[in-house]
Design a protein around this ligand. Sequence first.
Ligand SMILES: [Mg+2]
Length: 171
Amino acid sequence: MLSRFLPNEHVKSIFDLQPTTLKERGIKGIITDLDNTLVAWDVKDATPEIIRWFQEMRENDIKVTIISNNNQERVQVFSEPLETPFVYSARKPLSKAFKTVAKEMELSKEEIVVVGDQLLTDVLGGNFAGFYTVLVVPIVETDGKITRINRTIERRILNYMRRKGKISWEE
Ligand SMILES: [Mg+2]
C-alpha cells in the first residue's frame, strides 16, 4: 500500500525537467503542482526562471497544465500571465483533475509526467491516476496549515520507506 506514495523519480527542482530529455523519453505533457513546486507557496507571481521554463516547454511542444488544490484567485493570478491551462481546488489526491487534464491534453498516460512537492497529494494522486510521478524538493520549508499536517505524515512515510530501503535519495 505504501508504494502508492513512492514517486517514480525524485529531483531537486522543476528545472531538472528539460525538454530534450523529456522528449527522448516520449513525454509530451507535464501536469505540475503550483505551491512549493513552481514557486514558494507565498509568492504570487512566476519568477523569470519559471517564465523561461514555460517558454522552453512551449517551444518544444510540451504541454504544461497546473493542477493545484489552492483556491481560484491564487491559481488564476499565477497561471494566466503564463498563458497556461490550470485547475484550481483540484482535490488531489483524487484522480478526477488528473484524468480530465490528460484528456484535454489529448495525450496518453504514458506521455505525461506528474510533478509536485508532496507525497500525499501530488505523488499519491498521480500514482492513483496511473501516471509517472516526479517528486521535487519543496522550494521553502514553511507551509500553510493543512500542508503542515500532511508534512508530518509524509515524513513518517519517508522514514519508513528509507528504513525499508525503498528510497535511496537524501533530503
Ligand atoms: Mg505543493
